[in-house]
Design a protein around this ligand. Structure first.
Ligand code: GLN
Length: 287
């Protein structure tokens, strides 16, 4: 293929970043780097060492295709089919939410509680209700060498994705995937139950960014009229599934921590402390 005059890897990256920025993208530099890498099949090192290399017409065309998808509102994680969470590159499908950095707060809180209890090296049983790509559960399994994880989801496609991710990171024999609504099909007692359930009030979904509204599965977002439907179901289920001294840690949306704590108290669970805030200072993990 004939090279495109004047477009090097580096100049193409800069041009795309400028284009994304002027379209209002607030992660234009990072997005441009990831999209150039994907279009050209280059990792970070390859992009640096090949910065002055000229793009072929094929590469330029491929990059333009990806750029247009991003400009039309598709998140980079969807375009790549991969999102890193807790250092694990997770495969995504249309049935799974894109894991958010905020959700790492749930993992952090769960590990703090287990470690303070001296339980991190025990053969823990952990359940992740509405596991999606398996993000929270797999992050926990990566930190807790003797734990076994049970991930539930109403979407069998999501469970296939989670199972593929588990196999990829070498956790297949420590993870069990169960198709059900939150904890409805679980039996036995769990030392830790975690969940990032849908919590957006139904009426607010239309106002979300296009990246979320048009590309995340609605079932992973829509928490009913007041956003709390999933918590009502999963907190009362969890109260019957925890070991004595077991922990429940859930992600909440902005402004929901008080309501969710009240639901936990009403189910006979006692708060382990104030909610843990995410990096933006929003109370995010209630336990
Ligand atoms: N954190 C997601 C968002 O606001 C929502 C995910 C959820 O409802 N659990 O985009």
């Amino acid at each position: 293929m004939a090279p495109v005059v004047n477009a090097t890897v580096e100049s193409a990256r800069r041009a795309l970043a400028a284009r994304l920025l002027s379209a209002g993208n607030d992660s234009a530099e990072l997005d441009a780097r990831l999209l150039v890498g994907a279009a050209l099949g280059l990792d970070l090192t390859g992009m640096v060492t090949g910065a002055k290399r000229t793009l072929t017409q094929d590469e330029a065309d491929r990059l333009e295709g990806l750029a247009r998808r991003r400009l039309a509102g598709e998140p980079v994680a969807r375009i790549l089919g991969i999102k890193e969470f807790w250092g694990l590159p997770l495969h995504l499908t249309a049935a799974t939410l894109v894991p958010r950095p905020d959700t790492e707060t749930v993992v952090e809180r769960a590990l703090e509680l287990l470690r303070a209890d001296g339980a991190a090296d025990r053969a823990l049983r952990i359940a992740d209700l509405g596991t999606g790509s398996g993000a929270i559960l797999l992050a926990l399994l990566s930190e807790l060498p003797h734990a076994h994880g049970f991930g539930t989801d109403i979407s069998t496609e999501a469970l296939q994705t989670a199972s593929r991710n588990a196999a990829e990171f070498g956790f297949a024999d420590r993870a069990t995937w169960i198709a059900c609504d939150y904890g409805s099909a679980l039996t036995g007692a769990f030392d830790l139950i975690v969940s990032n359930p849908p919590y957006i009030p139904s009426a607010d979904i239309a106002g979300l960014a296009i990246e979320v509204r048009a590309h995340d599965p609605r079932a992973a977002l829509d928490g009913g009229a007041d956003g709390l439907d999933a918590y009502r179901a999963l907190i009362s289920q969890s109260a019957g599934l925890l070991t004595s001294g077991g922990f429940l840690v859930v992600e909440v949306g902005q402004g929901q921590s008080g309501d969710v704590e009240a639901l936990m108290t009403a189910s006979g669970l006692s708060p382990t402390g104030p909610p843990k805030a995410d990096l933006g200072g929003v109370p995010r993990a209630v336990s």
